[in-house]
Design a protein around this ligand. Structure first.
Ligand code: HEC
Length: 434
């Protein structure tokens, strides 16, 4: 049984009363210009690698802040880079069998009095949408996570299936992050992070004052300015210094549309990058479904509504296997006669529980004939401390990434930085809607 998507159009249309918002589903996208953005697989081309002698003839130029495209400007540069980097080599120690090096992303943008609308289209490698995510599976004794991203050793060794949601991510700078206009997302990608060279150890993280202060147990994207030595994640500045940088706008916005954890409730999540890949204040539309202590699920499907309380592996990719608190979930019953192989989603979604700045971005995504079409809906003029405000007349530096075919972290396809202009000249020009 298909789960009805919670569409948010009524609230969007009515909010504010006088402020007019377009019905995003009714925008005539045929009239909006299409920008073709090449996305390539970046392997482990970190901030540090790009500044090293291994990046032959470019280390000095990248260090002084030159734009990547001053050199990588050939026709098909992205395709050539991606086709090479996806294969086993100096920048890919964990190649994913059969992965494509390149994705063609179509980008369109529009805005009205209330929102910006960013529309994306790309083809998936698989003949099905990546809308399923990890599960909790009962092994006869315990509930354990089932399904992992394809860069993980357990998947590459064939011990676990590759199961991970597709994603469409957008990073936005309003000119306040030094270097982003030239080097885009590569400012945030460093050695030491998950799936990167010189991977952090648990001990190093526990011994790190900044990560301890912000309560994090691994290393994720960060901006150079958050460290005293940008090439060493261990040199984090104090929380007071970081707060000052944030207040001065020295962070990038990060919107992520998630085919499982946000799309089914009509959203894209809202975060930012400064000293870590942080979520905005408030609450995301999703949370873990495993009880921290018992590791049992907290929710299962409501059998009365969907016809089952769990699925088994032979049901994978045969339906929208999503748990939504207000629509199709009931509290987990430990005595419901569970059998080995029973599975429930590892995450529980809720549109109602999503709150605050983290809940700013709506989205509509659908998959048809091998292609995702996603429209992100971003309110204009946001004034939250963790958002970049989009405004008519504004120009922004923007980077794109697609996670395709059951993968996370660096296993995405990424773009060189572009400009987005709202009614102003830019690589991607947002059109004012009538
Ligand atoms: C001064 C020119 C120049 C600049 C600026 C530059 N590159 Fe390069 N890049 C090169 C050259 C030349 C190569 C090929 C040399 C080699 O294979 O080591 C290369 C190789 C690469 C590779 C490896 C490709 C492979 O075949 O292994 C990646 C990835 C890359 N560049 C990304 C970037 C990114 C991202 C930026 C911006 C942050 C950037 N480059 C800036 C000139 C440049």
């Amino acid at each position: 049984m298909r789960v009805a998507r919670l569409l948010l159009l009524p609230s969007l249309l009515m909010a504010g009363g006088v402020v007019m918002a377009a019905d995003p589903a009714a925008i005539d996208w045929g009239k909006v210009p299409v920008a073709n953005v090449g996305l390539f697989y970046p392997g482990q081309s970190s901030y540090e690698w790009l500044r090293s002698d291994a990046h032959k003839g470019a280390a000095k130029e990248v260090q002084r802040g030159d734009a990547c495209v001053t050199c990588h400007d050939e026709k098909d540069a992205e395709k050539d880079l991606g086709d090479k980097l996806v294969k086993p080599g100096r920048l890919e120690p964990m190649p994913v069998a059969g992965k494509n090096g390149y994705v063609d992303l179509k980008v369109q943008a529009a805005y009205d009095e209330k929102n910006a609308y960013l529309r994306f289209q790309w083809k998936t490698r698989n003949p099905f949408p990546g809308s399923e995510h990890q599960y909790l599976r009962f092994d006869g004794h315990e509930w354990k996570v089932y399904g992992f991203p394809k860069l993980d050793k357990v998947v590459q060794d064939g011990k676990q299936p590759g199961i991970y949601e597709d994603r469409m991510s957008v990073m936005i700078d309003d000119g306040k992050v030094a270097g982003f206009a030239q080097q885009g997302c590569w400012l945030t990608c460093h050695d030491g992070q998950r799936d990167m060279p010189k991977l952090f150890t648990k001990e190093e993280v526990e011994a790190n004052a900044m990560l301890k202060a912000i309560g994090k147990s691994d290393v994720r994207k960060y901006l150079p300015d958050s460290r005293t030595d940008p090439s060493d994640w261990k040199t984090g500045k104090t929380v007071e210094e970081l707060a000052k940088i944030k207040a001065a706008g020295g962070f990038v916005d990060l919107m992520q549309w998630r085919a499982h954890r946000s799309n089914f409730v009509g959203m894209a999540d809202d975060g930012y990058v400064l000293e870590w890949r942080l979520g905005d204040a408030g609450k995301d539309p999703f949370g873990g479904n495993a009880d921290a202590k018992t590791h049992q699920p907290k929710f299962m499907w409501d059998e009365k509504k969907v016809g089952y309380k769990s699925i088994t592996a032979d049901q994978l990719r045969k339906g929208d296997h999503v748990l939504i608190r207000e629509t199709n979930a009931v509290p987990f019953d430990p005595n419901a006669g569970w059998k080995e192989g029973d599975m429930v989603p590892d995450y529980i979604l809720s549109r109602e529980d999503a709150k605050g700045s983290a809940a700013d971005n709506n989205a509509i995504g659908s998959w048809k004939d091998g292609q995702w079409t996603v429209v992100m809906i971003r309110p204009l003029g946001l004034s939250n401390a963790d958002d970049k405000a989009l405004k008519p007349g504004g120009v922004y530096h923007i980077g794109f990434a697609v996670h395709d075919d059951n993968i996370t972290t660096r296993g995405h396809h990424v773009s060189f930085v572009r400009t987005l202009g709202l009614g102003t000249k830019a690589d991607i020009q947002a059109v004012k809607l009538p």
